[in-house]
Design a protein around this ligand. Structure first.
Ligand code: HEM
Length: 562
């Protein structure tokens, strides 16, 4: 055998020995902490490769390991440890001490630059001081006009689905509605009926999210030098250019408008007098930049894009999961409807700011949805110092994963009925669980700054939907994936029914049961007191339907020639 072969063999053996000894050393730092069983050298990389479904299964099993052992858990990206926890005490320490984010967030910078979500700690610290107070109650109240207009459009679209087969509400309606609302409030438009979201913009936006998720799930694409050589990189650049083009065009227009206004010395009434209180996020940033030149045009663009991404997907999936939950729990849906009737009566008027604080049950439903289905099921931090946690110490340089999914389902925090969808738990005087055990909006420093905004748009859209429509789902066995946000992949279709309004209810020929009604052909679907939908044949004159419900109408007989 030639000498060089010996030399290569010896070098390989030495390299393996060095790697093995390094691996033992690295892994021993987290000795005693439960771990996903790692393979030599590659750790758990093989369990991450795949798509969002794989990632979701992984998140679920890690949450179970943490809850069963009352301990954090380690996953290994090769020799790189990811420390995962949802323990409220650990969460408090990590989120209050660490504001740096790990390298995975850098992938988003091609789109969001140094906006709040993807900014390195130094930039974030500088910008958050200016931006943390942006979405105050009065700013969000000014957005109600946009929210109402978009909600009305949504309901008009949903009405065309009444009586039809179950459909995919998020892709057909919700994603578009929320994107339009958020773009309008972030960028500002002179008339709320104007549309920013073209189909090209919408497709580019979705494709960017897909491409970013795909990169996050493929460790081989992590190094920039490799990623830049792939077609995915060219595609994401193309999509980002389409999205940036919209924000840049609007920014230029707004800048000119502001300069003209200044010249005319008319600084009040920014929105052409149409919605005096409406102040787009972009306008707020432009005002700030006049006081603080360090807020450059590039930075403003990144912040605006960040707001759009941060708000769109999260709000759309919260509405989706809420409709899915109440769609298979008619008792809860009826309570929401009753609350809407108490607030709005028969009226289909726009939602006002006073209404929002009245929607207590609706709020509880939203929180319960976010507890069980957090749209951002996990966030990450990079520890730039050693941290002493409840059960262990983690060294400087560790990537920490905080599981919102695990936190919301932890029996240790929420009790034995943690898995049960029970909005009432939010209605007691003392908030349930531990504040650091509800992580839908994250916790501590770098938590969501859009919570007020989110609650306002969610309540407005749900109010419009529930006043006029009834939702039916079979979401008991939903399958899920994580595509940046949590998304259902099956069991998520929805059917829509027209609510029987009061005119029909009060019709002398109508007798109503206690739940909702839906009449199709000769069948009557009624939820009984347990919420089980029963399908009953309808024919003949007034007669009891089931034990609790009566519905027989000569009106129906006439309509159906029964
Ligand atoms: C139900 C809706 C929402 C949920 C569940 C949600 C959740 C979150 C979470 C978990 C984070 C932390 C992300 C991380 O650390 O990686 C976050 C950050 C953020 N969210 Fe939200 N969000 C929602 C709505 C919104 C809305 C409507 C806006 C803006 C209009 C918004 C703007 C932001 C921004 C700017 C950040 C970055 C904060 C920072 O790093 O300082 N979010 N959000």
């Amino acid at each position: 055998m030639p000498l060089w072969v010996y030399i290569v063999c010896v070098m390989l053996i030495c390299a393996c020995a060095a790697l093995w000894s390094y691996e033992r050393r690295v892994r021993s730092v987290f000795k005693g902490i439960p771990t996903l069983p790692p393979l030599p050298i590659i750790g758990n990389i093989h369990q991450v490769l795949g798509d969002g479904r794989v990632l979701f299964r992984l998140l679920k099993s890690v949450a179970e390991i943490c809850d069963t052992n009352n301990s954090p858990c380690i996953a290994w990206l090769g020799l790189y440890p990811i420390f995962i926890t949802h323990d409220p005490e650990d969460v408090k320490v990590i989120t209050n001490s660490c504001v740096e984010k790990p390298f995975l967030y850098n992938f988003g910078r091609v789109w969001l630059g140094h906006g709040l979500v993807t900014a390195p700690a130094a930039v974030w610290k500088h910008n958050i001081k200016k931006l943390s107070g942006t979405f105050t109650s009065s700013v969000v109240d000014g957005y109600l006009g946009v929210f109402n207009a978009q909600a009305e459009k949504l309901v008009a679209g949903l009405k065309t689905e009444v009586g039809k087969e179950p459909f995919d509400i998020i892709n057909k309606y919700l994603a578009y509605t929320t994107l339009e609302a958020i773009c309008q409030t972030a960028l500002g438009v002179s008339k709320i009926s104007e549309s920013i979201v073209t189909s090209e913009y919408y497709e580019a936006f979705n494709r960017c999210l897909e491409l970013l998720t795909a990169r996050g799930l493929n460790v081989f694409l992590y190094p920039d030098v490799i990623y830049r050589l792939t077609p995915a990189h060219r595609e994401i650049k193309r999509c980002v250019a389409i999205i940036h083009n919209v924000s840049e065009t609007v920014m230029k227009k707004r800048k000119l408008e502001r300069e003209e206004k200044k010249k005319r010395n008319k600084t009040k009434n920014e929105n052409n007098g149409e919605e005096p209180r409406f102040k787009a996020f972009l306008d707020i940033l432009m005002e700030l930049s006049e006081l603080d030149p360090s807020l450059t045009e590039q930075q403003i663009k990144s912040e605006v894009d960040t707001i759009i991404v941060g708000g769109q997907e999260t709000v759309a999936s919260t509405i989706l999961f809420t409709l899915l939950m109440i769609g298979c729990k008619p008792g809860i849906q009826n309570k929401m409807y009753d609350e809407m009737r108490r607030i709005f009566g028969d009226s289909k008027r726009p939602v006002r700011k006073e209404d929002l604080s009245e929607m207590k049950y609706c709020e509880a439903v939203i929180y319960e949805t976010l507890r069980l289905y957090p749209p951002v099921p996990g966030v990450m931090r990079y520890s730039d110092r050693d941290l002493q946690l409840k059960s262990c110490k983690i060294p400087k340089g560790t990537v920490c994963g905080i599981s919102g999914w695990g936190a919301g389902r932890s029996t240790r925090t929420w009790g034995p009925d943690a898995a049960l969808y029970r909005p009432e738990r939010w209605l007691s005087d003392t908030p349930p669980g531990n504040p650091a055990g509800f992580l839908a909006f994250s916790y501590g420093r770098r938590a969501c700054i859009g919570k007020k905004y989110a609650m306002a748009i969610l309540k407005t859209i749900l109010a419009h939907c529930l006043r006029e429509l009834e939702f039916v789902s079979q979401a008991d066995n939903m399958q899920m994936k994580i595509d940046i946000a949590l998304r259902p992949i099956s069991g998520h279709l929805i059917q829509v029914r027209q609510r029987i309004d009061d005119k029909m209810k009060n019709h002398p020929n109508t007798v109503l049961h206690s739940g909702g009604v839906d009449i199709r052909g000769l069948l009557l679907r009624v939820p009984d007191i347990h919420g089980v939908v029963r399908v009953l044949p309808m024919c003949g004159d007034r007669r009891p339907v089931g034990r609790h419900h009566y519905l027989l109408t000569r009106l129906l007989q006439r309509d159906r020639n029964c």
